[in-house]
Design a protein around this ligand. Structure first.
Ligand SMILES: *Cc1c(COP(=O)(O)O)cnc(C)c1O
Length: 230
């Protein structure tokens, strides 16, 4: 197991570097978030021993005890949907919240951050495919909401995040990744809303995401192997 995780990690890292070089980007500009949901602390430590420090979890109740049990130098990203009633629990533990998808939730995070004396970093989740089942801002809604969003003065909004529809091949996701990048560029150019980070790409499609501009890839299965169903 430990051996595999080290080997898997180095393979993922070299695939990241190769994808970056194909589009003349620096491999250092891409952050690997190792998605450790469902995996126990021993397995996470095997990744730490192989040099990985940033981990992604999607359930606060599951993540909290793992975070408490593991070395304090690890960095944790919340990648799943955040419910309003979990904001107070989440903010102190995570350095970045990837899936913020409504003005109401932004307002809740801003208020709780004020009470806790924090300035949380956030990514706005965008539903670029328009799938009804997906969380996220509709692109038009996001464009219309910029003035409201930038008024939350506790929030550091670093970028955008998306999860494309389940697809038979990575190439199928390319148009959604490109759409997220184009939305980001438009927000910067037309609305003066600068969003450097793009969180997109998972085990099946992270190389395509990097070719389309991802600065963060969220990779679970390719590092840790398949997850047991919950
Ligand atoms: C589980 C999960 C991932 C990782 O998925 P893999 O296919 O295992 O790499 C990435 N992002 C989010 C939001 C997830 O929930």
């Amino acid at each position: 197991m430990e051996l595999n995780i080290g080997k898997n990690l180095s393979e993922v890292r070299s695939r990241i570097a190769n994808a970056a070089r194909r589009v003349a980007r620096s491999p250092e500009s891409i952050h690997l978030i190792a998605v450790s949901k469902t995996h126990p602390t021993e397995v996470i430590m095997a990744a730490v021993d192989a040099g990985q420090l940033i981990f992604g979890e999607n359930r606060i109740q599951e993540a909290k005890p793992k975070i408490a049990a593991l070395p304090a130098r690890l960095r944790w990203h919340l990648i799943g949907h955040l419910q309003s009633n979990k904001v107070r629990l989440a903010l102190p533990s995570f350095e970045l919240i990837h899936g913020v998808d409504s003005l109401e939730l932004l307002a809740d995070i801003d208020r709780v951050a004020g009470e806790l004396g924090l300035f949380p970093r956030i990514l706005l989740q965008v539903n670029v495919s328009g799938e009804a089942s997906k969380f996220g801002f509709a692109p038009a809604k996001l464009l219309n909401s910029v003035e409201e969003i930038v008024r939350f003065d506790r929030l550091q909004i670093d970028g955008l995040m998306t999860i494309p529809p389940l697809a038979p091949s990575a190439e199928f996701s390319r148009k959604y990744f490109a759409a997220l990048r184009e939305l980001r560029d438009r927000l910067g150019q037309q609305y003066r809303f600068q969003l450097p980070e793009l969180s997109m790409g998972m085990s099946n499609d992270f190389e395509v995401a990097i070719e389309e501009g991802a600065t963060m890839v969220r990779v679970g299965t390719a590092i840790f192997g398949p997850r047991a169903s919950r």
